[in-house]
Design a protein around this ligand. Structure first.
Ligand SMILES: Cc1ncc(C[n+]2csc(CCOP(=O)(O)OP(=O)(O)O)c2C)c(N)n1
Ligand SMILES: [Mg+2]
Length: 331
């Protein structure tokens, strides 16, 4: 794809994530979606820029904030929306909900909501790919909050030691729930930590999709060439609250206003117009396409059946429910 085509594709991906999640928020407030939601609004450039380089047989691990990663990796919008509704047609048959969306057939493991819990698994799939001499790459997204989890340190050390084909992408959005970075880190240079593991580290403006796209492209190509792992710190901001109800008392409205001027989607639209790649009309046409895609996903989720109570234990345990035996440690 030429540069213009790539930029347009990145724009489309980001807009799809934004409009999909805005609709999720409405549906949640209307009581159509149960459980909880962690929205990705404001961070779309990271998912779009990274996933544009991934094949469907590359592996992706996500977090409690996974909708954007899933859409960018190619999980069906219908299957994601149905999963949020708890419907049987959801990508985890309605048993995972928002924090566990994924579809192994397109390389995305159901998302892992344990902060930092995905990092060792990502080292594991990267090790498997290397042992099987496959050229698959693993990408592991995590938040700044994950950077102080022990499992992340262990995984990154192993990944570097064994030259594993994995790219760790830390979305530094300045807060872990209500905890500002400065309260949790003496040294706020997250990318700088890579050197301590003997891994290549890069810091990138996570609201500039072209910068993310370039940095991720280099890192993923290195991993595919078996030249070792990379750690990317993408500096960004979630424009919404942490989850369903968040009065955002830990940050100021002024700070939010500054980051709104750095919105990844509207800034790319301005740039595309300046480059003559789009017009107001062609932007409106993309908007209509994206709206139709989201409408279709919502209609699908609304019309889909709930799982039957008898299915409750199916696909939860490895054995079929009828074969389950409860064993104690004494046996
Ligand atoms: C091990 C663990 N500790 C605590 C939590 C509760 N929790 C859920 S999200 C979150 C904040 C995570 O912050 P960050 O990693 O920066 O991701 P962000 O929410 O900013 O995307 C916390 C503490 C958890 N899910 N897992
Ligand atoms: Mg964070």
């Amino acid at each position: 794809m030429d540069e213009t085509g790539t930029l347009l594709q990145l724009y489309r991906t980001m807009l799809t994530i934004r409009r999909f999640e805005e609709r999720c928020n409405q549906l949640y407030l209307q009581g159509r979606i149960p459980s909880t939601l962690h929205l990705y609004i404001g961070q779309e450039a990271v998912a779009a820029g990274v996933c544009a380089h991934l094949r469907s047989d590359d592996y992706l691990f996500s977090t409690h904030r996974p909708h954007g990663h899933a859409l960018a990796k190619g999980v069906s919008p219908r299957a994601i929306m149905a999963e949020l509704y708890g419907k049987r047609t959801g990508c985890c048959r309605g048993k995972g909900g928002s924090m566990h969306v994924g579809d192994v057939s397109v390389g995305m493991f159901p998302a892992i909501a344990i902060v930092g819990g995905n990092a060792p698994l990502a080292a594991g799939t990267a090790l498997a790919a290397r042992r099987l001499t496959e050229d698959r790459v693993t990408v592991c997204f995590m938040g700044d909050g994950a950077m102080n989890e022990g499992a992340v340190h262990e995984a990154m050390n192993m990944a570097a030691l064994w030259d594993l084909p994995v790219v760790y992408v830390c979305e530094n959005n300045l807060y872990a729930a209500s905890t500002p970075l400065a309260v949790a880190f003496k040294n706020e240079d997250l990318a700088g930590r890579a050197a301590a593991y003997g891994m290549l580290g890069a810091v990138v403006d996570g609201n500039d999709v072209t910068a993310v796209h370039q940095a991720a492209g280099e890192a993923i190509a290195r991993a595919r060439r078996r030249e070792g792992p990379t750690f990317i710190e993408a500096q960004t901001y979630r424009q919404c609250g942490h989850s369903r109800s968040d009065p955002r008392t830990y940050r100021s409205r002024d700070e939010e206003a500054v980051w709104e001027t750095r919105d990844p989607i509207s800034n790319l639209a301005i740039r595309l117009e300046e480059l003559g790649v789009v017009t107001a009309e062609s932007l409106a046409a993309i908007e209509r396409e994206v709206t139709a895609l989201v409408d279709d996903a919502v209609a699908f989720a609304e019309e889909s059946p709930l799982p039957e109570p008898a299915e409750a234990l199916d696909h939860v345990f490895w054995m079929e429910p009828a074969d389950l035996e409860v064993k104690t440690w004494r046996e």
